[in-house]
Write a protein that binds this ligand. Structure first.
Ligand SMILES: CC(C)(COP(=O)(O)OP(=O)(O)OC[C@H]1O[C@@H](n2cnc3c(N)ncnc32)[C@H](O)[C@@H]1OP(=O)(O)O)[C@@H](O)C(=O)NCCC(=O)NCCS
Length: 185
């Protein structure tokens, strides 16, 4: 799937490009990103190049779709959001981070809504799911605002920075999405 751009009012999303590595390195080094995701910590300079290279390769094989998020008003690279399909089950998992200077502008919420639309309309998925560490209430709020439903606390589901962490799990089904898309009377 080539040259794909998802358009929102305040942002657009496109496949990662080699030149994004410098922005990713600058933004993903923040402690707040490391605390809530699986980015390397500390973040070595070569990790961003490697991240872009591997995600572009996965995209070319249709194995994962990781987008760069570009804020329109500043024309800046603001973060990443990806959809990782699980073969044979018409299901995919979402992962994301937004660079700290861009927080609180609604970018994650808009990006997640666009990604969900892409997953159901283009990839023909049946279920899209996402999880956040229990302490990460902002991310839970993003999932709620994208109309995902809370399903469960997966106790100690992840080993993260030397300890087990609970994950709060959310999902949206195709039938939920189609119901939301029905014209309101
Ligand atoms: C979580 C994250 C993606 C949110 O990005 P963002 O672009 O700022 O998100 P949005 O602006 O779309 O929405 C954030 C919502 O969380 C709310 N929020 C922010 N901090 C909060 C907190 N401590 N507790 C509860 N809600 C919080 C905001 O008020 C907003 O909700 P509202 O519109 O109802 O007021 C961003 O902070 C981030 O990348 N954090 C570090 C990495 C990460 O957590 N990735 C996700 C892993 S699951």
């Amino acid at each position: 799937m080539k040259d794909l751009v998802l358009q929102g009012e305040a942002l657009f999303m496109r496949p990662l490009e080699t030149r994004d590595a410098a922005d990713i390195l600058a933004l993903a080094r923040a402690k707040e990103i490391a605390d809530n995701t699986f980015v390397p910590s500390p973040y070595p300079p070569e990790a961003a190049d490697e991240f872009v290279r591997t995600r572009r390769e996965l995209w070319s094989k249709d194995e994962a779709y990781v987008f760069g998020i570009i804020e329109k008003r500043s024309d800046c690279f603001a973060g990443c959001m990806g959809l990782h399909p699980v073969q044979d089950h018409f299901r995919a998992e979402v992962g994301y981070w937004i660079g700290k200077p861009f927080w609180g502008r609604g970018l994650a919420t808009t990006a997640l809504r666009l990604l969900i639309e892409f997953g159901f309309e283009t990839l023909k998925l049946n279920r899209i799911e996402a999880g956040h560490f229990a302490s990460n209430t902002a991310s839970g709020r993003v999932m709620q605002k994208a109309n995902m439903s809370f399903e469960a606390v997966r106790r100690q589901a992840f080993w993260h920075r030397d300890r087990f962490k609970d994950a709060h799990w959310y999902a949206i089904l195709r039938e939920d999405y189609e119901r939301q898309c029905l014209p309101k009377k």
